[in-house]
Ligand binder design. Structure first.
Ligand code: FAD
Length: 623
């Protein structure tokens, strides 16, 4: 055995969950060790080189508001930025950026390697060390023991990972990486619930063999969006376009004729895949009437020759993949650089986790990322941040922290996972959040930075800028409330002439801003308005809060009612069998899910309002 080493927090895995976990705990002052298979793989984008998108970008902005690195990194690595749903309301507007894979990794690595309190070692963990159902350290393949009161497991798709291409399969964590077999075997020996999921990726195509001439070109947005609250467009590298093409009848025929060589349709691959990101085989089988499916040809980087054909994830044999690709417009002469494949891996039932992502069974052991049944870099990173900060709080013997559903998409994510579990890879959507108008991308900083600062995650520079913004919002909102326009004034005339607004009584400028057609910028043409402010983020905030005031107020009232339920705890109940009046189904589910609160119990499918009343009566009697 080698020498022993002690840390406050040990993180296993340098993917998106592991890197955010390690950064969070070390920023909070904890001596942190990150153990990962390869340092050259820190923050690797295993599949699509893109960050954000609908629902996911909300998570990225929340990570940023809590001092995490994902938004900052993509600002330095994004080669095409767009705002999706830009014509819809602010609740569902989402930022998405295409990433340069190499730059992304470089900026993750730079941040980790310059972070105080953080040591990164290239070691594969093969076992965990426990004492009385409490984790005390880890053992690596090189027989080195590291000790710590907390361990964050963030091993992604690597636990008993198995790649499938056609009817052949082999053990791997992802293409080019070994799977984590020893650890998988050891974890399966614990009394944790474990199951299999799958995901897939398309073949990568040589850019020099594509004919882009007749393809639809898609440029990024101008002005170019920025992800981080602290970011700016000058950080972005050169911006380049993506291209659009489609599958066709010939492509579909090739796929249909080769389903007998698909590991999914021949039953070789049993784990369920992501419903919202299906393979091209799945799309052809599930939607037989569709004549074409979109394919976005996305560059993997400024100096990469690889193109990622977004939309044709497949695990058919390589020879069939080649025929599929060449049947597509623009790709007739193209060459595949690396094949598409599916991967099946172990995941642990997230119902066995607390809302802090600590295991309910093993003290000090936290789970984050794909290992909890999610899919996506953003879902993984946000869980990593939460697990890392709670591991730090645990070692400090301080109260844990997790966001509620009305505070953050991260709150929705952890509540969904720990309350409902998941049968298929879970990805975030705006539709999963019931308080969408409150959980906007644009106000993530206002929702979370204060909390992040108290937790020790926010540095002084960000804190100063944040307070400036808050002050700008408050002062300017108050000023707008004070400016009143007389119906007989020249400004009233301007309103009438430019926007057909007829004032019949004295009206404040803030009331005018409630009208959908009136923007802050337009109001600047009124004499009485004077100069105003130039802080664009503060202006966006003022506009959204005023325009949606009525809806936001209603959601806030609903949240106040719900909070009472979230604070009515059920932790005193060990066995629901002893509560009279509950149905057998309710007893079984409540014993299985062990909800933390009445709020959480009410979100379990099959737990009716009648069950909730019985629980409330029981709690009242007990108190
Ligand atoms: P990962 O990024 O997988 O990182 C795990 C890390 O743990 C790795 O660095 C690994 O080296 C390390 N590790 C593992 N075991 C050990 C050990 N025993 N000791 C030390 N280190 C260890 N997401 C999407 O949103 N859309 C998609 O279409 C999509 N398709 C995908 C296709 C494929 C083939 C794969 C592999 C993934 C895909 N994903 C997709 C998922 C996305 O890559 C993951 O959700 C995300 O990377 C998960 O992050 P993570 O940090 O949990 O794990």
């Amino acid at each position: 055995m080698c020498n022993l080493k002690n840390f406050d927090v040990i993180v296993i895995g340098g993917g998106h969950a592991g890197t955010e976990a390690a950064m969070a705990s070390s920023r909070m002052g904890c001596k942190t060790l990150l153990l990962t298979q390869k340092i050259t793989d820190l923050g690797t984008l295993s599949c699509n080189p893109a960050i954000g998108g609908i629902g996911k970008s909300h998570l990225v902005k929340e990570i940023d508001a809590l001092g995490g690195i994902m938004a900052e990194v993509i600002d330095y690595a994004g080669i095409q930025f767009r705002i999706l749903n830009s014509k819809k309301g602010p609740a569902v507007r989402s930022t998405r950026a295409q990433a340069d894979r190499v730059l992304y990794h470089k900026h993750v690595k730079k941040r980790l390697q310059t972070q105080k309190n953080l040591l990164i070692l290239e070691e594969e963990v093969k076992d965990l060390i426990f004492k009385n159902y409490t984790v005390t350290g880890v053992l690596t393949k090189n027989e080195v023991k590291f000790y710590s009161r907390t361990v964050v497991l963030a091993t992604g798709t690597f636990l008993d990972g198995r790649i499938h291409i056609g009817l052949s399969s082999y053990s791997a964590g992802r293409m080019g990486d070994k799977s984590s077999m020893d650890l998988s075997i050891r974890l399966r020996e614990l009394s944790l619930r474990v199951n299999r999921l799958k995901t897939g990726t398309p073949p990568r195509i040589d850019i020099n063999t594509i004919n882009f001439n007749d393809l639809f070109i898609q440029h990024g947005d101008v002005p170019t969006p920025v992800f981080s609250f602290m970011g700016n467009v000058l950080q972005h590298p050169k911006q380049i376009p993506c291209y659009l093409t489609h599958t066709n009848e010939k492509t579909h025929e090739i796929i249909r004729n080769n389903l007998d060589q698909s590991p999914i349709y021949t039953g070789f691959l049993k784990g369920l895949g992501p419903r919202y990101c299906p393979s091209i085989e799945d799309k052809i089988v599930r939607f037989p009437d569709r004549k074409a499916h979109q394919i976005f040809l996305e560059p993997e980087g400024l100096s990469s020759v690889k193109i990622y054909p977004n939309g044709i994830s497949t695990s058919l044999p390589l020879e069939v993949q080649e025929r599929i690709v060449r049947s597509i417009k623009g790709l007739e002469k193209s060459k595949i650089i690396s094949p598409g494949y599916a991967i099946e891996y172990d995941f642990f039932d997230p119902k066995d986790l607390k809302l802090t992502l600590e295991s309910k069974l093993i003290k000090g052991l936290f789970f984050a990322g794909q290992i909890n049944g999610t899919t996506g870099y953003e879902e993984a990173a946000s869980q990593g941040l939460l697990a890392g900060l709670n591991a730090a709080l645990y070692t400090m013997n301080t109260d844990s922290w997790f966001p509620r559903r009305d505070q953050a998409y991260l709150g929705v994510l952890i509540d969904d996972l720990t309350t409902q579990g998941t049968q298929e890879p879970y990805r975030m959507f705006t539709s999963r959040a019931e308080y969408r108008l409150i959980l906007r991308e644009d106000n993530a900083d206002l929702r979370l930075t204060n909390i992040g600062r108290k937790l020790g995650l926010i540095n002084d520079t960000r804190w100063i800028r944040y307070n400036e913004k808050v002050l700008n919002i408050t002062n300017e909102t108050n000023r707008l409330k004070r400016i009143k326009i007389d119906p007989l004034s020249s400004d009233a005339n301007v309103l009438n002439q430019l926007w057909n607004i007829h004032l019949i009584k004295e009206t404040s400028v803030i009331e005018l801003l409630k009208r959908p057609e009136i923007t802050y910028k337009k109001l600047k043409s009124l004499n009485i308005f004077q100069e105003g402010i130039y802080d664009l983020e503060a202006i966006e905030q003022i506009e959204n809060e005023i325009k949606y005031e009525g809806y936001i107020k209603r959601q806030s009232e609903e949240i106040s009612r719900q909070i009472k339920n979230e604070h009515t705890f059920l932790s005193s109940i060990q066995d629901y069998k002893k509560i009279k009046g509950l149905s057998n189904e309710a007893v079984m589910k409540l014993n299985d899910y062990k909800p933390l609160s009445i709020g959480q119990a009410s979100r379990i499918s099959g737990i009716t309002p009648a069950c909730i009343s019985i629980l409330l009566i029981y709690l009242k009697k007990e108190s």
